[in-house]
Write a protein that binds this ligand. Structure first.
Ligand code: SF4
Length: 403
C-alpha cells in the first residue's frame, strides 16, 4: 500500500516545472497576495482555453490550477504569464511565492490594519533573501490578520499572526512573543533560514514546521525569540460566499472547479461594474467588489450543501483515483449537515483537503474506507462501505455530533 510520503511530489507544479497528470501537464499560478487584475484574470482564462483543457481549479492555497497542457503549450503559456506579471521571470523567485494573506485584508474592519503591508514586506524580504533559494516551492508562509476569517485559519510552515500587541511568529507547536511588524517579518525570514540549516544536518531536506511541529520551539529559540506555547484556534471557518464584511461578495466554486467560460463571465461582470480586479480565497471562492448573482457554476448561497463537500479530480485527472470521487461527493452532499465537511478522496494522499474533515472517505476500488473527524491517513472507523452505507453513516454519525 502507498504511504502519503511515497505519493508526495517534491515540488509545487508551476509553469517552470509542470506536473504530469492523467489528463496532461498540470500547472499552478499564484496570484500575488491572492489578488488578480481584470487583465490578469482574462489572461488566465485564455491560457486555460488555448493551451489547457479549459478547466480552472481554485486550490486550498488560493492558487489557480490549470490542467491538460502539452509541453509546448506550457512553454508558450509561461511566456504569456510572465508578460502579464502572473509569474516571476526568475524561477528561483517564483518558487518563493507560497504566501497566503487574509483575503479580506484592507476590507474587513476586524482584520489587522497592517495585514497587507506586512504581507508585502514579508514577500519582499523573502524574494531579496538569496539564502532562501533552497526552500522548496511547497514551503509556505502566511500572514493572518484575523477578523471574519479568524487568526489561525491560514495554515503554513511559518505564520505571522496578528495579536492585540502586534504580530507573532507561529510555527509548529510554538509561537514567539508579540513583536512589532518589522521584527516579526525579519523573524520569519530568519526562522526560514533555520529550517534550511537544521534540515541540512538531519536528512538533508529542508525542515518543514507544518510537518515537524515539534521543531518549532528550537527554531524560535535559535532565531532569538521567547518560546511560547501555540494557541490553537477552533477549526470553525465562516462561509466565504455571499455577503462578506467590507461590503464585498464571495462566489463559491463547487469543489474548486470552474470552466474558463464561467471564470470569464465573472471577470467581465466585475469589469462591467467598474472594478479592476478581485481576490481569490483559500476556501475555493472568489471575492468580488459587489454582489454578482445568477452566474453559471458559481454558488452564492452559503447554505448550499455542495459547499460542504471536497473531492479531488478523480480518475479524469489522476491514475491513483479509486473511484469517481467528485460524483460521489455530489451524491452525498445533501446528507452533510450545515457546518460539517465531507472529504471524498481518490486515495490516501488527500490532495483536496489535507487536514481533518468531519468525515473523510478514501476510495478503495469500488467502495470506501471511512474516517470520522480525521484525515485520510488516520485509522478508518469503517472499511469497505458502499455509498448507500456512507449515506446512513452521515445521517447517524454527523447528525449526532451536530446535535
Ligand atoms: S488524492 Fe486524488 S488527486 Fe491526489 S493522488 Fe490521490 S487520487 Fe490523485
Amino acid at each position: 500500500m502507498s504511504t502519503v510520503q511515497s505519493l508526495v511530489k517534491g515540488w509545487c507544479p508551476d509553469l517552470f516545472a509542470p506536473m504530469q497528470a492523467a489528463d496532461g501537464l498540470l500547472v499552478r499560478i499564484r496570484p500575488w497576495f491572492g489578488r488578480l487584475s481584470v487583465v490578469q484574470a482574462e489572461s488566465v482564462a485564455e491560457l486555460a482555453q488555448r493551451f489547457g483543457n479549459g478547466v480552472i481549479e481554485l486550490t486550498n492555497r488560493a492558487n489557480l490550477q490549470l490542467r491538460g497542457f502539452s509541453p509546448d503549450g506550457a512553454r508558450a503559456a509561461l511566456q504569456i504569464a510572465i508578460s502579464e506579471g502572473l509569474v516571476c521571470a526568475d524561477p528561483a523567485h517564483e518558487r518563493r511565492r507560497a504566501l497566503l494573506v487574509s483575503p479580506l485584508a484592507g476590507l474587513d474592519p476586524d482584520c489587522h490594519e497592517q495585514t497587507a503591508t506586512c504581507a508585502g514586506l514579508l514577500q519582499d524580504r523573502i524574494l531579496d533573501a538569496d539564502d532562501l533559494e533552497a526552500l522548496p516551492g511547497k514551503f509556505g508562509f502566511s500572514v493572518d490578520g484575523g477578523g471574519w476569517f479568524p487568526v489561525g485559519a491560514l495554515s503554513a510552515d511559518i505564520m505571522l499572526q496578528a495579536c492585540p500587541a502586534g504580530w507573532k511568529v507561529v510555527l509548529g507547536d510554538a509561537q514567539s512573543q508579540p513583536l512589532a511588524m518589522e521584527a516579526a517579518v525579519a523573524g520569519a525570514v530568519s526562522v526560514a533560514l533555520g529550517c534550511i540549516t537544521l534540515g541540512s544536518v538531519g536528512d538533508g531536506k529542508v525542515l518543514r514546521p507544518s510537518r515537524t511541529p515539534e521543531a518549532g520551539p528550537q527554531l524560535l529559540q535559535q532565531a532569538g525569540f521567547q518560546v511560547c506555547p501555540r494557541e490553537h484556534t477552533p477549526l470553525f471557518r465562516p462561509p466565504a460566499v455571499g455577503s462578506l464584511p467590507g461590503q464585498v461578495f464571495g462566489l463559491g466554486a463547487v469543489m474548486g472547479r470552474l470552466t474558463a467560460e464561467a471564470f470569464l463571465e465573472c471577470v467581465h461582470a466585475v469589469q462591467d461594474a467598474g472594478h479592476d480586479g478581485f481576490r481569490v480565497t483559500p476556501w475555493r471562492s472568489l471575492i468580488v467588489p459587489e454582489p454578482i448573482r445568477d452566474m453559471q457554476e458559481f454558488v452564492t448561497d452559503a447554505g448550499d450543501p455542495r459547499l460542504r463537500v471536497q473531492a479531488c479530480i478523480g480518475p479524469m485527472g489522476c491514475v491513483r483515483a479509486g473511484a469517481d470521487v467528485g460524483h460521489a461527493a455530489l451524491f452525498l452532499a445533501p446528507e452533510v449537515p450545515r457546518g460539517e465537511v465531507l472529504h471524498v478522496s481518490g486515495c490516501i494522499k488527500g490532495c483536496a483537503h489535507p487536514g481533518a474533515a468531519s468525515m473523510t472517505l478514501i476510495a478503495q476500488q469500488g467502495d470506501y474506507d471511512v474516517v470520522c473527524h480525521g484525515r485520510t491517513t488516520d485509522r478508518p472507523n469503517w472499511t469497505h462501505q458502499t455509498l448507500v452505507q456512507v449515506k446512513t453513516l452521515l445521517r447517524t454519525e454527523l447528525k449526532d455530533f451536530a446535535s
